[in-house]
Design a protein around this ligand. Sequence first.
Ligand code: KG4
Ligand code: ZN
Length: 349
Amino acid sequence: MTTSEPLVLGIESSCDETGVGIVRGHTLLADALASSVDEHARFGGVVPEVASRAHLQALVPTLHRALDEAGVTLADIDAIAVTAGPGLAGALLVGVAGAKGLALATEKPIYGVNHLAAHVAVDTLEHGPLPEPAIALLVSGGHSSLLRVDDLTRGVTPLGATIDDAAGEAFDKVARLLGMPFPGGPPIDRAARDGDPLSITFPRGLTGPKDLVEHRFDFSFSGLKTAVARWVEARERSGEPVPVNDVAASFQDAVCDVLTRKAIDACRSQGIETLVIGGGVAANSRLKAMAAERAAQYGITVRVPRPKLCTDNGAMVAALGSHLVAAGTAPSKLDFAADSAMPLTLVGV
Ligand code: KG4
Ligand code: ZN
């Protein structure tokens, strides 16, 4: 096995995407994905049992697709990485059990890794090594956090997180009340392009003077979601049509304003010049544009992976595994457990 350019297979199954990715060093060779999102759409959110069963059905075919795409066999792989947490317990179990089976059968080392750290690591596949220290803004359906990354292979330092809904959750809930499909981020992003972001002033959670003392790097999106609901209800009661595009644009701007303001404040307060944004909400076009515009004023470089790498996938897990192998990190013991509440401070188990 070469330590500089390890060939690493990554397996992701923490939510509704079954992902198998293969990387060599920082080079992406395959990124195969199967999603059960359509099966959850009518429930307006991911149903854990449905997700687990879908992972069971999809894991082996997705693995074969990834190997074919990369033009390698299991025997060529140097190490296997798998999401150990956080995520849905039953869904994680499928990936972890599958990865352990592969590791046993092929006698390869296995790394149980943190899904959130993987959302940061994936950016290196597109933009090369991450300058450290960096600030990471992680925004997904389940998490919204600001982190300081000094060495991704050793851990991250949480600076702040949401105290209620995650950013993606707010997109999903607001989309639902506007009659848009699940997941709500992409349809809101599209509708907002034809709307006026200044038409409605929605609240910016935890940005008041007192909040900036106690919750400087924390987020809150639940009040924003309620404000959108009240605004839409008032419109409906008055018999006037709901300007969906304007609501979408104004809501999206409120989320992006708070996320980018706090992320740049974190960079400036720590004297850090690199901001990396990861997680499904990083696929948002307005977030990317606003972050780039605001960061440029302070000489901060913003790195956002392309949308397919922002949402859950196997390549991100392989990317983090590749970092760990290259750093000489010891593999996980084969009896490690999936941890649905795995803390951000743990990069691997
Ligand atoms: O990272 P991810 O795929 O799964 C989790 O780990 O949660 O993130 C999914 C979330 C969903 O809430 C989805 O609505 C949101 O990412 N999302 C977006 C966009 N694409 C996906 N939010 C805003 N704008 C988008 N373009
Ligand atoms: Zn995720």
